[in-house]
Ligand binder design. Structure first.
Ligand code: 5MM
Length: 369
C-alpha cells in the first residue's frame, strides 16, 4: 500500500477479494461517494475553466475578468438553501482559491452549508496526435501533487472529463482506449490521495448521428472505461460515474421522446456499469434545462426500484444557465439569479425522485419560491 492509501484509510480489504460483499463498504471514500448521491440530491458542476466561463460571459456582454468570475461564483455558493437539492459542487482551480464578498473561501462556505466541495483536476482536452477529430484530456503530469494541494484546500472529490466525438470514422478504438486509460490513471491517483474520483467520459451531442449510434459508442466507451478501472485497481465503491445520456445528435432528424431516451440510456448503463458503483450523475451536455430534467425524471419513473445505483445529475449549463442570464454581471440581480438557480436545482431533485413534470415549469416566479 502506498502512503496515500494509508492516509485515506483504505488499508482494509482490497475490493474484489470477495470479503464482506453483502455489506456496504465503510471507508471515508465510500462514505463520501454515497453522501454525494444521498437524499435525492445531485451535483452542481461549476467547474468551467476560464476560457469556457469567459465564453459564456461574452455571449451575455459580461466583462471577462477574474473579479466578475469570482462575483458570479459568489452568487452561486451563497445561494440560500442550495444544499436542499445539491450534495456537492465541483469547483475550478481559480475558483477554489477565491473568496466570498465577506472573505471566506468558497470551499469553506460550501462545506459549512452541507455541500461537499469538489474540484475539476483535468487540464482540458487537446488534439490526439495522429487521430484527426479526436481528443485526449491532459493533466496527469504532477497530478499527485495537485491532488494533495486540493485536498488541503478542502476538496473531498475530484472530476476529470474525457471527450469523445462522433463522426466519420471516429471514435477510433485507439481514441477510446487512450481516454479510458487516462481516466483510470486519474481515478487511481484520486483514491490514493483520499479524493473520490468522478469519472466523466462524455460522448458529445454534436452531429447528426442517430440514437443507435450514440448507444453503440457509449457502450463501447463505458466498457473500455470499466475495463481500465478494473485493471488499474480503482475501487468501484469509492467513485462515481458522470456519463452522457444516450441521445440522438443535435442535428439528427429524429429526436426521440424523453421515455425513449430514458430506456436506451438506462439499458446501456445496466449493460456496462457494475452495481458496486454507488451512483451515476449525468452531465447535461448542452441539452435545454427542461429537457434534461424531463429525461432524468423519465429514467427514475420507468426504472424505479430496479436500479443498482443512484441515478442523479451533475449538471452545469442545465442548472446555471437561467441564473447566469438573469445575473448578467450585475450584482444587483444576484438575489433573482439565486432564485432561478435554486429553482432548477429543485426541478432536478424532483426529477431524481420521479416527481418532475411540466407543472413545475410554471412561468409565475411567485409559485416557485
Ligand atoms: C462546466 O463544464 C465542464 C467543462 O468545463 P471546461 O470545458 O471549461 O473545462 C464540464 O466538465 C462539466 O462539468 C460537465 O460536462 C457538465 O456540464 P454540462 O454543461 O454538460 O452539464
Amino acid at each position: 500500500m502506498t502512503n496515500g492509501n494509508k492516509k485515506c484509510g483504505r488499508d482494509y480489504v482490497r475490493p474484489g477479494t470477495g470479503a464482506n460483499l453483502s455489506m456496504k463498504m465503510q471507508t471515508p471514500l465510500a462514505d463520501t461517494a454515497r453522501e454525494l448521491v444521498a437524499d435525492d440530491k445531485g451535483l452542481l458542476a461549476m467547474d468551467e475553466s476560464n476560457p469556457t466561463c469567459d465564453k459564456r460571459f461574452a455571449e451575455l456582454g459580461i466583462p471577462q475578468t477574474e473579479e466578475r468570475r469570482r462575483a458570479y461564483r459568489d452568487m452561486i455558493v451563497t445561494a440560500p438553501g442550495l444544499a436542499e437539492s445539491i450534495s456537492g459542487a465541483i469547483l475550478y482551480d481559480e475558483t477554489i482559491r477565491q473568496k466570498t464578498n465577506d472573505g471566506r473561501p468558497f470551499a469553506e462556505v460550501l462545506a459549512d452549508a452541507g455541500i461537499v466541495p469538489g474540484i475539476k483536476v483535468d487540464a482540458g482536452a487537446t488534439d490526439l496526435a495522429g487521430h484527426p477529430g479526436e481528443k485526449v484530456t491532459e493533466g496527469l503530469d504532477k497530478l499527485r501533487d495537485r491532488l494533495a494541494e486540493y485536498r488541503g484546500m478542502g476538496a473531498r472529490f475530484a472530476k476529470w472529463r474525457a471527450v469523445i466525438a462522433l463522426g466519420d470514422g471516429i471514435p477510433t478504438r485507439t481514441g477510446i482506449e487512450i481516454n479510458a486509460h487516462t481516466l483510470a490513471r486519474y481515478a487511481a491517483l484520486c483514491q490514493e490521495a483520499g479524493l473520490v474520483p468522478v469519472v466523466e467520459p462524455e460522448v458529445l451531442m454534436e452531429g447528426d448521428h442517430s440514437l443507435k449510434r450514440c448507444r453503440e459508442a457509449t457502450q463501447e466507451v463505458l466498457e473500455a472505461v470499466f475495463d481500465q478501472l478494473s485493471r488499474q485497481g480503482v475501487s468501484l465503491e469509492e467513485m462515481l460515474l458522470k456519463p452522457n445520456m444516450v441521445l440522438p445528435g443535435l442535428d439528427a432528424p429524429d429526436q426521440e421522446s424523453a421515455e425513449a431516451v430514458a430506456d436506451v440510456t438506462v439499458r446501456t448503463l445496466l449493460r456496462t456499469v457494475p452495481a458496486a458503483v454507488p451512483g451515476i450523475a449525468f452531465l447535461s451536455g448542452g441539452q435545454p434545462a427542461q429537457l434534461a430534467s424531463a429525461r432524468l425524471n423519465a429514467m427514475n419513473v420507468r426504472f424505479r426500484g430496479r436500479l443498482p445505483w443512484a441515478v442523479t445529475f451533475s449538471f452545469s449549463r442545465a442548472i446555471q444557465q437561467p441564473a447566469l442570464e438573469i445575473w448578467r454581471g450585475d450584482d444587483a440581480h444576484a438575489a433573482a439569479a439565486q432564485k432561478a438557480l435554486l429553482y432548477r436545482a429543485r426541478c432536478n431533485r424532483a426529477a431524481r425522485r420521479g416527481e418532475y413534470g411540466e407543472a413545475m415549469e410554471n412561468p409565475d416566479q411567485s409559485s416557485r419560491s
